[in-house]
Design a protein around this ligand. Sequence first.
Ligand SMILES: Nc1ncnc2c1ncn2[C@@H]1O[C@H](COP(=O)(O)OP(=O)(O)OP(=O)(O)O)[C@@H](O)[C@H]1O
Length: 362
Amino acid sequence: MIITKEQVLQALSNVEEPDLKKDLVTLNMIQDIHIDGNRLSFSVVLTTPACPLKALIENACRNAIAYFIAKEVEVNINMTSRVTTQKNTGVPGVKNIIAVASGKGGVGKSTVAANLALGLSKLGAKVGLIDADIYGPSVPIMFDLEGARPMATQENGKTRIEPIEKYGIKLLSIGFFTDPNQPVPWRGPMVSTAVKQLFNDADWGDLDYLVVDLPPGTGDIHITVTQTFPITGAVIVTTPQNVALADAKKGIGMFMMNAINVPILGIVENMAYFTPAELPENKYHIFGQDGGKKLAEQLDVPFLGEIPLVRSISESGDAGKPVVLQDGNPMAAAFIEMAKLVAQQVSIYNARAIVDTNVVNN
Ligand SMILES: Nc1ncnc2c1ncn2[C@@H]1O[C@H](COP(=O)(O)OP(=O)(O)OP(=O)(O)O)[C@@H](O)[C@H]1O
């Protein structure tokens, strides 16, 4: 049997990327085609290593080769990825900035940000995390880095801060630069300068995703960050109570304002229900049910999943090793699923932006 490269491309042009709504060949996702007799190998370059549709796309490719060429072809597919970006993030080497925000305090925003960053990294992405929560920086505790001080060097009169590396990601927290026992009253301009430095003066290297844990509410830091750096999108964390939902709505409203205009990647419903470790089938909706999901429907933004209230999440955070790092813990799986959905939304936004540019260019 003689197979040609053209036949392979023709066959694979029948496989659509379900999120990006175009075929894999048009999207330039098929590469390194090698043919040796009836043995065929090629790479599928996805837009993120955290692609939730990886298995589905691989299967569709196999079926297309069997259907359009022949069942006998021995297919070897290398599923790989190159994370997309749509705009200059203003931070050299950083492809996408993901802001994690909440309207109300204490809803688990920092927990979500840390597990999201580590989840994306576990899935194969290069990740950084900025803890810009001046009122209660959590990274030093959640990553067992209390008292850590990042290295800073002077280069041509400019300060270069070296992010701290832990569990495979790069980290900077406003908490690394303050004394936890001496609360500093932050003033507006001071805050803006300090937060900008975490982005600009740090040596982030090449990152697929830089996750930013913002303070709760809508304040100076939100304005500074969103107006200084082109944020790819925001993840909004809420709990199901009405008070939290009302504040989440305000937070979303702020990102959607014309002057700010940051896309909403979706809503995460944290502490969605309580589940005791010994009775995992039992779900107690102590704060109400489906509040986050309904808010997402109402505002027409993606719903990124629910995370239950379980002890292992708070225990692992307090112990300095977020739960997503615990293989076999069902909560690790829940955060991995959330990370995949966030990465999926980033890819969708990036693809849309490319389409928009094409329209402008034409
Ligand atoms: N799903 C959960 N199950 C159990 N405990 C949780 C869960 N989510 C967060 N927590 C715990 O709740 C507390 C508050 O969480 P976290 O610090 O992430 O909230 P936050 O919204 O970032 O707060 P802040 O407003 O101070 O920034 C922490 O002790 C955390 O471990």
